[in-house]
Design a protein around this ligand. Structure first.
Ligand code: ATP
Ligand code: MG
Ligand code: FE
Length: 340
């Protein structure tokens, strides 16, 4: 089974071809980071325009890279949500046009299901499986009993982990996207400042990062007022330690409670070196198999959409021609529905 995947939910225009949901045949990603940098974040209108300009070329590139034609594809899978509505619409309409012109089935994919299925391009899933989703817009613990089945057991009540990284980075006047920069600085610093850890109520798998973000901003502000110098590196290391400790401990606890076979990590923040190291140490005894995607599969790409789309295709889900972009698509609703 060959699935062509299209992803345009945010600021990456991406097209990929995946075989049997497991093997990447082509994976082309055009990032718009340079265009959004001077605004300090993604500007939705600019993102949409770039997607329109890029999508045809990226599609051609993916087919060339795979040395395949559209006729050889079994279906077209596209991110239908969540994300920026104008950005999503470019991918959805491109997918519809392709599917219609080439008489192929059309499949709508949830962006976070995609992030999770990026892991299956490396190794087969074993259920029950726990996924720690840490991206620019999401921080969730998701339990899977079988393919295509997603149950949210915990989620952030305010900021997402990646969002907290980006906001703290902005306070430190680091260029967008700040996550990788903080990661770099943290390596050179010492976690000498004790920031709060938001454990929330006993037994809760929810997260909260806005208090931590405020604590970092206040620390910087107070230091400035007293002419005290705080090393950016130490601040980054202390912030990162607080984020990582909560993520890792809650993930481990959930893995034990739900007695899962695998623990997988998904989303852009899965690229964080501090998080990767802490997870590897915590799960070193191999009681649960830990999977973290290679760096290029952590952030947005279309191979992950094709991989998740393959499952939907095999389960018989088909989108109708009125498939629309859904900027706030819920993963449990996506999981439950059968869009045959
Ligand atoms: P979502 O997937 O929730 O819709 P998104 O697609 O914008 O959001 P991703 O592409 O999954 O998010 O990830 C981007 C986020 O990951 C950004 O917030 C970025 O700062 C963060 N990020 C990337 N690399 C690192 C890193 N090494 N350390 C920390 N954060 C990182
Ligand atoms: Mg992005
Ligand atoms: Fe994403």
């Amino acid at each position: 089974v060959y699935i062509l995947g299209i992803e345009t939910s945010c600021d990456e225009t991406a097209v990929a071809i995946v075989k049997n949901g497991k093997e990447t045949i082509a994976n082309v990603v055009a990032s718009q980071i340079e265009s959004h940098k001077r605004f300090g974040g993604v500007v939705p209108e600019i993102a949409s325009r770039h997607h329109v300009e890029q999508i045809t070329m990226i599609l051609e590139e993916a087919l060339t890279e795979a040395n395949m034609t559209m006729e050889e594809m079994d279906a077209i899978a596209v991110t239908e949500g969540p994300g920026l509505v104008g950005a999503l619409l470019v991918g959805v309409n491109a997918a519809k046009a392709l599917a219609f012109a080439h008489q192929k089935p059309l499949i709508g994919v949830h962006h976070i299901a995609g992030h999770i299925y990026a892991n299956r391009l490396e190794k087969e899933f074993q259920f029950p499986l726990l996924s720690l989703v840490v991206s620019g817009g999401h921080t969730e613990l998701i339990l899977m009993e079988e393919h295509g089945d997603f149950k949210v057991i915990g989620e952030t009540r305010d900021d997402a982990a990646g969002e907290a990284y980006d906001k703290v980075a902005r306070t430190l006047q680091l260029p967008y996207p700040g996550g990788p920069k903080i990661d770099q600085l943290a390596k050179e610093g010492e976690a000498s400042i004790l920031f709060p850890r938001a454990w929330l109520e006993d037994g809760s798998y929810d997260f909260s990062f806005s208090g931590l973000k405020s604590a970092v901003i206040n620390t910087l502000h107070n230091a400035k007022q007293r002419d005290k110098v705080i090393k950016k590196e130490d601040l980054a290391a202390s912030f990162q330690e607080s984020v990582v400790e909560v993520l890792v401990k809650k993930t481990f606890k959930a893995a034990e409670q739900f007695d899962v076979k695998q623990v997988i990590v998904a989303g852009g923040v899965a690229a964080n070196s501090g998080l990767r190291t802490a997870l590897e140490e915590t799960f070193a005894d191999k009681k649960f198999e830990l999977m973290i995607p290679p760096l290029p599969l952590c952030t947005d790409n279309a191979a992950m959409i094709a991989a998740a789309g393959t499952i939907a295709y095999e389960q018989g889900h088909r989108a109708a021609w009125d498939l629309n972009a859904n900027p706030s698509l819920d993963i449990e609703i996506y999981s439950a529905r059968s869009n045959k």
